[in-house]
Design a protein around this ligand. Structure first.
Ligand code: ATP
Length: 636
């Protein structure tokens, strides 16, 4: 995917008189990756129809997995409704024969009565069956949607971190999200399609018994509507597909623009107007594509309706001809009128719901495709386990290049970290520090070279075993909308009481702040939630450090852990790191070079390579990049 700013104008002059450039419209997003191939491109009508049995089968399997009794109830009800429809039609015909026959009215009514009773009973059964089928659908659908949603979230959480950087991954995820919301229509569509199918078979049998010519004509009358519905679904999906990228960026922007955490930036920088303009411009662009499709939809609807109407006219004309030429008796002709209406209704429902199923299946295919793609990107590294106590991490000529980048972010780094050691990683912005931290933890795998934990290559190790032994504070940590307790334990408590949690809270100097929360450790840390509370930026960072300390793992790795902290908090964290260092390997990435005094060794990165390493004093005396950076920091 490429994004190009439609305008690169800059506001150069802030005086009121000077002309200002207009606000730039949203970036144009165009697909160039292989994922951009519309799955419908080159698919013919026949191929589209052949999808239906597969969709039905998959729906049935998914529904069966969530609620078997409801599926059985649904199927039984469909059969019952269909059979009842056939009985209604057949006995209506019988009643008609009596009612339109010869003899006194009372005699004719009397003769027709048994058939009318059967019609009423069957109609009642059909209604009951239909209500029960809706009930079964109501039981299956919410759980089916939840299953799909949970599967999607789990799949995304499981993929290798490198997948996020793949071209189009986020757009495919967005398309899959639409698939999840469409899951709610899946059972309904399938149920209505099946109901119409059963009714159609029943009605076709009855109408064929009246005269063989009627059914083919009715089929011809309905077929254009079916073709039209499928073609319209195709156009609708094409529009949806063209809008995926824009919709994705719009929903991202919507979140950033409306999230309270970023509200100050939006207001105090006067961004509200631009955000509103941007949002509307992008929405207009999406609408424009949708509106472009409208005339195509109209053409399809008009032409297929006209064709269908012609065939329907032919059906009625044939019926009139059969009756007037005496080829069928008058009572049979009257029954045929009812039968034609019923069969027409059943056939129309059949094609309309068939098309709806096809339509839904397109979105579900996106979801399925994404889940398959995510499964392919799940870690497949091997099953080698890591010892409980890790004594050494060794990097051998490690190289990592992000997708689409010319230069590697980490370029041939070799270093060894031993238990009890504190390693500081420093360097200018973009020199590869965070990437190196991600490689040490195995969140990223080396493209070349090896990362060995006690001799086990992370490329062959079970990632869960590695991450059970890791405590990582990334540069961009999350402010979880969980209780304060879970923000420390991350839902992985080590003890049954809170003693360890308070110990971690104390270690980062947060006891006062947590005790002042309305429900202490039970307080939800999200002020948007009822009863929730908010922390300051530095307090959040202290909490993030607290959870890493709580884990007590062989590797503690902190990427800019104190950038928002006051000097007291910063000192406290570093003293704690030093205090517990003997039991583990510690890596600290920092721009606060004074803090590196506590490290046993400092590694200086430049353009992904280690250019210096040694103790604080050695590097300062060396007069290299480190000494220069320290000088710049002191010169501020
Ligand atoms: N997810 C990513 N996808 C693509 N490129 C990335 C990604 N993360 C980082 N990079 C690139 O890799 C290089 C190294 O980035 P890295 O974040 O490791 O630097 P850093 O030394 O931690 O920088 P800083 O001091 O600003 O945090 C940079 O050129 C950056 O643009």
């Amino acid at each position: 995917m490429t994004a190009t700013d439609a305008s690169t104008a800059h506001a150069g002059d802030s005086t009121a008189e000077a002309p200002k450039p207009p606000p730039p419209p949203p970036a144009l997003i165009s697909f160039e990756g292989k994922h951009a191939r519309n799955p419908l491109a080159g698919t013919g009508f026949g191929a589209m129809c052949r999808r239906l049995p597969a969709v039905l089968w998959r729906t049935a399997r998914m529904a069966w997995a969530v609620d078997r009794p409801a599926v059985v109830l649904l199927l039984v009800c469909q059969l019952l409704t269909g059979a009842a429809a056939a009985v209604v039609l057949a006995f209506t015909a019988r009643a008609m024969t009596h009612l339109l026959g010869t003899g006194a009215v009372s005699e004719r009514l009397g003769a027709a009565l048994p058939a009318l009773v059967v019609v009423a009973t069957a109609a009642g059964l059909a209604r009951t069956g239909s209500a029960l089928a809706s009930y079964a659908d109501g039981r299956i659908t919410p759980r089916l949607t939840t299953e799909a949603d949970v599967a999607l979230v789990a799949a995304v959480c499981r993929v290798e971190a490198s997948a996020y950087g793949e071209d189009g991954f986020a757009d495919r995820q967005e398309a899959a999200e639409v698939g999840v919301t469409r899951t709610r229509l899946m059972v309904q569509d399938a149920q209505r399609f099946l109901a119409a199918l059963v009714r159609m078979i029943a009605a076709s049998g009855v109408i064929t018994a009246l005269h063989w010519m009627l059914l083919p004509l009715l089929l011809l009358a309905v077929l254009p509507a079916g073709v039209g519905a499928v073609l319209s679904a195709r156009v609708d999906y094409e529009t949806h597909y063209a809008n995926v990228g824009d919709r994705n960026v719009r929903s991202m922007m919507r979140w950033w623009a409306t999230y309270s955490r970023f509200g100050d930036e939006v207001r105090a920088n006067g961004m509200t107007g631009y955000l509103g303009y941007w949002y509307r411009s992008l929405s207009d662009r999406i609408d424009e594509r949708t509106l472009t499709a409208a005339p195509r939809m109209l053409r399809i609807a008009l032409s297929t309706s006209a064709l269908g109407g012609l065939f329907l006219l032919a059906t009625w004309a044939t019926l009139a001809w059969l009756a007037t030429t005496g080829r069928i008796a008058l009572p049979v002709a009257a029954t045929a009128v009812v039968a034609v209406q019923t069969t027409l209704g059943a056939l129309s429902q059949f094609v309309i719901h068939g098309a709806a199923m096809f339509h839904t299946s397109l979105y579900l295919a996106d979801m399925r495709g994404f889940l398959d793609a995510a499964a392919e990107r799940a870690p497949r590294r091997g099953t080698a386990t890591i010892p409980e106590r890790v004594d050494e991490i060794r990097l051998e000529e490690v190289v990592h290049r992000y997708p689409g980048k010319e230069e590697p972010a980490v370029d041939g780094v070799s270093l060894t970290l031993r238990r009890g050691e504190i390693l500081a990683i420093v360097g200018e912005n973009g020199s590869g520090k965070s990437t190196l931290a991600r490689l040490i933890t195995g969140v990223l795998l080396a493209e070349k070279g090896r990362v060995l934990w006690d001799g086990v290559d992370l490329a062959d190790a079970d990632p869960d075993a590695v991450w059970r032994r890791t405590a990582f504070v990334p540069q961009n940590f999350a402010c979880w909308p969980l209780r304060a307790r879970e923000n420390i334990t991350l839902g992985q408590p080590r003890t049954f009481d809170d003693a360890e949690v308070w110990r971690a809270v104390d270690a980062v100097g947060m006891r006062d702040a947590v005790e002042k929360l309305p429900r202490q450790l039970d307080t939800l840390l999200a002020k948007e939630l009822w009863g929730g509370a908010e922390l300051s930026g530095g307090q959040w960072q202290r909490l993030a450090c607290g959870r890493a300390l709580y884990r007590r793992t062989p590797l503690l790795i902190l990427d800019e852990p104190t950038s928002q902290m006051d000097p007291r908090g910063e000192r406290r964290i570093f003293l704690e790191i030093k205090r517990i260092a003997a039991e583990r390997m510690t890596v600290v990435v920092t721009h606060q070079l004074e803090n590196t005094r506590l490290a046993d060794r400092i590694v200086v990165l430049r353009e992904g390579r280690v250019v210096e390493q040694g103790s604080y004093d050695e590097l300062l005396a060396g007069g290299g990049l480190f000494a220069e950076l320290v000088g710049l920091a002191q010169d501020r």
